[in-house]
Design a protein around this ligand. Structure first.
Ligand SMILES: [Zn+2]
Ligand SMILES: [Zn+2]
Length: 474
């Protein structure tokens, strides 16, 4: 209907343009009417693009849902995305993209990077990158779904683990492939170079870096813009949320090794007990967040694991704390690292630990990721375009989050405007019930996380197609 209306409006503008031209000849009026005519054409094009996306989706949705279920049942861990990557590559190749596989170089030479880069050149115009992740998590699925994963495999440390797409990267891959198909079908309505990438190892936050290190921006066209979506375990399917600016925190992984002098558990006076220092340390660390930095700079310090000792009656030589730090600003991150080191050394000194057994702070560089900064102008432009497709009321500005992603690497430290938005994935009735009962929904990474496939995929594909069209339309 929109198309017909816009076309009708366009014809009447054109008639007016001709008539005014003859009758009055007022140049300003002529110009105004001419622009109205051009505008009507662009509305008609947008409306027809939207209409064809909707009818293509109606036709394809059943097969997209089966693709999703197939991917869901066959998850692969970070650094092992071999079959997923091969599937994505073959689909993109069949759509006419020029596809390169195994793009990426990890710092660890024994790992293979299963990055996929698919390029479609369509005349002069902007270069836009769209990214999906490929990896799943070491989580044993407990959803009870008929298409639940029963995959078990060995992780990098050789332990047997269950594997699940508990972060919804299977939703991302399917939306990404659906978007690719829509954009190929709409090829006469956009121009420029489309670069669609399947990124491995997002959960271990080293896949983006591996692809960049292997010439993602030199061997392949460097993007003017980069886009991604991530499903949300809190938001209803059918809705999109986003935040312009710093949207997700940077993550820094550190190990703090607290060394003491071990000995008999019954004779603590002859030891320097690192368990006691570790216990003090866990509490003292929280004063960094509450007392040492501005309350206006968000940060989290979490000690996620403590390991030390072998037996009840032995005081160990050392205890290791595994810590994650979440921050937005680099200076806050540096300040927190310095504070952890200072407090650890101070507590060890107070306990009488000799200087040559001072604590060691190790930053695990290949597990770090930068804060995700959504370029504000790009965010608002894309959010408005998505709103025109899925309805303005379904696009909601949300709060930034302290979780992390490695998508920020693709911005090359804010040089390239990037935007990642959140895709609601939960059955609306469940969101409503959780709001009423106050009982939280299963979060991303939970063994019970269940996205609602069809409406989530529809919204994902419509949104990402609209986002790319906004940047590349003729
Ligand atoms: Zn995740
Ligand atoms: Zn994820």
């Amino acid at each position: 209907m929109q198309v017909v209306r816009a076309a009708f409006f366009g014809v009447s503008c054109w008639r007016n343009y001709q008539k005014r031209g003859q009758d009055v000849g007022a140049p300003i009026m002529r110009k105004l009417i001419f622009f109205a005519f051009l505008f009507s054409i662009s509305v008609a094009v947008t409306a027809s693009a939207q209409q064809s996306v909707d009818s293509m989706l109606d036709r394809d949705i059943a097969s997209l849902v089966s693709t999703y279920k197939m991917l869901h049942a066959a998850p692969e861990l970070s650094h092992h995305e071999e079959k997923t990557a091969a599937f994505v590559a073959s689909q993109l190749r069949a759509l006419g993209f020029t596809v390169t596989e195994r793009v990426g170089k990890y710092a660890e030479p024994e790992w293979t990077s299963y990055g996929v880069v698919a390029v479609m050149k369509n005349g002069a115009g902007p270069t836009v990158l769209v990214r999906t992740e490929l990896d799943a998590l070491p989580v044993e699925e407990k959803t009870g779904l008929p298409y639940a994963s029963t995959v078990k495999t060995k992780n990098d440390a050789g332990q047997e683990v269950g594997v699940m797409h508990a972060c919804g990267h299977d939703i991302h891959i399917t939306s990404f492939l659906g978007t690719a198909k829509m954009l190929v079908a709409l090829k006469d309505q956009w121009h420029g170079t489309l670069v669609m990438i399947g990124q491995p190892a997002e959960e271990t936050v080293n896949g983006a870096r591996a692809m960049l290190a292997d010439g993602l921006y030199t061997r392949f066209p460097k993007p003017d813009f980069a886009l991604a979506l991530h499903d949300s375990g809190d938001v209803e399917a059918g809705k999109i949320t986003y935040y312009p600016g710093y949207a997700m925190a940077g993550a820094t992984s550190v190990d703090l090794i607290i060394r003491g002098l071990g000995g008999h558990g019954a004779r603590p006076e002859s030891t320097k007990d690192p368990v006691i220092i570790a216990a003090q340390m866990v509490l003292a660390l929280q004063t960094i967040v509450s007392r040492e930095k501005s309350a206006l700079d968000p940060a989290v310090i979490t000690v996620g694991s403590i390991h030390g000792g072998t037996k009840r009656n032995i005081i160990p030589d050392e205890v290791t704390l595994q810590i994650t730090i979440r921050t937005y600003k680099e200076e806050v991150r540096q300040q927190i690292l310095a504070s952890i080191e200072r407090i650890a050394k101070g507590l060890a000194l107070a306990a009488g630990v000799p200087e040559d057994r001072a604590p060691i702070l190790k930053v695990i560089e290949n597990e770090n990721s930068p804060a995700s900064y959504n370029d504000p102008e790009l965010s608002e432009r894309i959010a408005a375009a998505i709103g025109r497709t899925v309805g303005k009321d379904n696009v909601i500005k949300a709060q930034p989050l302290m979780v992390s992603e490695d998508f920020g690497y693709f911005s090359l430290d804010h040089q390239i405007p990037v935007f990642m938005f959140w895709l609601g994935a939960v059955e609306p009735a469940k969101v409503e019930a959780s709001r009423k009962s106050g009982k939280p929904l299963p979060s991303l990474h939970s063994s019970l996380f269940v996205p609602l496939p069809e409406p989530t995929l529809r919204t994902g594909i419509r949104s990402m197609t609209a986002a790319v069209m906004e940047l590349m339309k003729k």
